[in-house]
Design a protein around this ligand. Structure first.
Ligand SMILES: NC(=O)c1ccc[n+]([C@@H]2O[C@H](COP(=O)([O-])OP(=O)(O)OC[C@H]3O[C@@H](n4cnc5c(N)ncnc54)[C@H](OP(=O)(O)O)[C@@H]3O)[C@@H](O)[C@H]2O)c1
Length: 262
């Protein structure tokens, strides 16, 4: 079984990827700046945790020792996103090439290259680093995670109403389904140097998702339509976050809402 390094393997998607790779019997190393305690929800028994900062490069060489495949599920918030996606990815890919890593798999976002939203622009540059890398690469682009849509509704409802952006639909996907696709790619499924695009099983309007969320959580606040500003709102109104042709037969939003951790 190949040795897999999951960069950002303590994050939301990364820990699901780590759990899936361990469950399939791989030798898994996780790289992140903080190593989780073994009673943390981010800790996956059977994985080997290393303290690594891909932006600065600390710990990277040690973590890449003996690695065959890397899976990149790192992320950055605000200005950190451009550091992680630009210099972080470059450091990671150059060091991986020096250490003889064979394959690199990147978790990305559908149509990320179409929007002027700064986070998406940084992410599109990250994709380009992978495409130009001498390693065999696979990019898996996915729609928004259920957790992301649920988080928007939960945070928005603190304003006194449940916000439903008008003219916008989502096709949310479970991170467990994302993890399946990433580990398939890590194992070499699909074509070398290709991009696979996947989305959740159904496209629903923001209002339909808000209704499902209200009925699952018991929230009583009214659903109010809002106009989402900026380039992200424009991209979503144009349907750039949807890939009906890439819908997988996975866990839908309503079923995800019934899971205990939600
Ligand atoms: N959210 C969505 O709906 C969605 C949809 C499609 C694709 N994606 C993509 O999926 C990826 C993962 O997203 P997520 O929400 O799962 O991320 P997340 O929960 O924010 O986790 C980010 C991970 O990256 C690590 N990290 C951050 N900076 C680092 C650094 N300098 N060096 C090493 N590790 C670092 C974090 O650990 P430390 O902080 O301890 O370093 C953590 O393990 C992102 O690239 C995102 O664009 C997200």
């Amino acid at each position: 079984m190949p040795r897999i390094l999951v960069v950002g393997g303590t994050g939301l998607a990364g820990r699901a990827i780590t759990a899936e790779a361990v469950a399939r019997g791989h030798d898994v190393v996780v790289a992140s700046r903080r190593v989780p305690d073994d009673d943390s929800p981010a800790f996956v028994p059977g994985a080997d945790y290393r303290t690594v900062d891909i932006v600065i490069g600390d710990g990277l060489e040690e973590a890449l020792e003996g690695v065959d495949v890397l899976v990149d599920a790192s992320n950055g918030v605000g200005r950190a996103s451009s550091h992680v996606f630009a210099s972080g990815s470059q450091n990671l890919l150059h060091t991986a090439a020096r250490f003889g890593v064979h394959r690199a798999v990147l978790l990305s976002i559908v149509n990320v290259d179409l929007s002027a939203y700064p986070y998406y622009r940084a992410k599109a540059l990250q994709e380009r680093s992978y495409q130009e890398s001498p390693l065999e690469t696979r990019i898996v682009r996915t729609t928004q995670f259920h957790d992301f849509v649920g988080g928007l509704l939960r945070r928005g409802s603190r304003l006194g109403f449940v916000p439903a952006p008008t003219g916008i639909s989502f096709q949310p996907i479970a991170v467990s389904d994302v993890a399946d696709a990433l580990v398939d790619a890590a194992e070499g499924s699909g074509t070398a140097d290709s991009t696979r695009t996947i989305g959740g099983p159904e496209v629903l309007t923001a209002r339909e998702l808000a209704e499902q969320w209200k009925s699952a959580t018991g929230a009583r606040r009214p659903i109010i339509g809002i106009r989402m500003p900026g380039p992200l709102g424009a991209a979503w109104r144009a349907g750039e976050n949807l890939v009906p042709e890439g819908a997988i037969d996975g866990l839908g939003f309503a079923d995800w809402l019934t899971l205990p951790a939600v």
